[in-house]
Design a protein around this ligand. Sequence first.
Ligand code: ATP
Length: 245
Amino acid sequence: MPEYAILTRNLTKIYRGGNIGVNSLTFTVEEGEIYGLIGPNGSGKTTTLRIIATLLKPTRGEVYVYGIDVVKNPLEARRLMNYLPEEAGAYRDLSGLDFIRFMLSVRFSGRRLEEAVSEAIEIADLGNDLKRPIRGYSKGMKRILALSTVLASHPKLLILDEPTSGLDVERSIYVRKMIKRYNKEFGITVLLSSHNMLEVEYLCRKVGILYRGTLLREGPVEELKARTNSVNLEEVFLKIKGEAA
Ligand SMILES: Nc1ncnc2c1ncn2[C@@H]1O[C@H](COP(=O)(O)OP(=O)(O)OP(=O)(O)O)[C@@H](O)[C@H]1O
């Protein structure tokens, strides 16, 4: 069996109370690729990402990250990845700079820590605002701060839940470029979720289309467009969703 960056088999999450988060998801993400999970609100994107990131236990099914069973060996799996949640909370009383240092000190020490801190400062590009407490930051500033630490941590696998949510146009473009750059330059595998189909089309070679907890279709964007005779991913999504309804 080839070693995938991510392999899920029949992944199912039923929340207490009976809500179905995801239902029998099977998909693979190859090493070095940027894979996008798309789907409407409540389709199971965050549930899937949280299970892979070891923050949520599945009800059934398996998940392997670089061959490591994330349910059985969460600590080992966590060393290989970093996760940007949909709502990345930041410690309000810390300055941006202290936040960067704190987050990166979980993974690095000594000279490597200083290098990672400098890298995150450069990515965040917040200038003197980095010295101010985070409580005075805008939503977008907090987002870019959180992103800067996960990128600068150089994980083998980066899981990003709606990476550009709450960012203005310029920062969104900047973040997309950064994700591409880190994927290319450092070979970081990326699994991301997004509502923005243009963003997914720009970033991802392969996508999975989720709808009501089920993976309706997955494959390379170009292949899905050709098969459904669509000009863009938005059209692919609407056609596939229409077939499923
Ligand atoms: N903690 C929870 N308890 C009960 N049900 C939940 C919980 N979290 C999610 N769900 C349900 O699981 C389903 C999938 O939700 P999830 O948050 O994974 O979707 P999503 O695709 O990320 O949505 P969005 O695009 O709005 O962020 C929804 O029906 C949701 O109501």
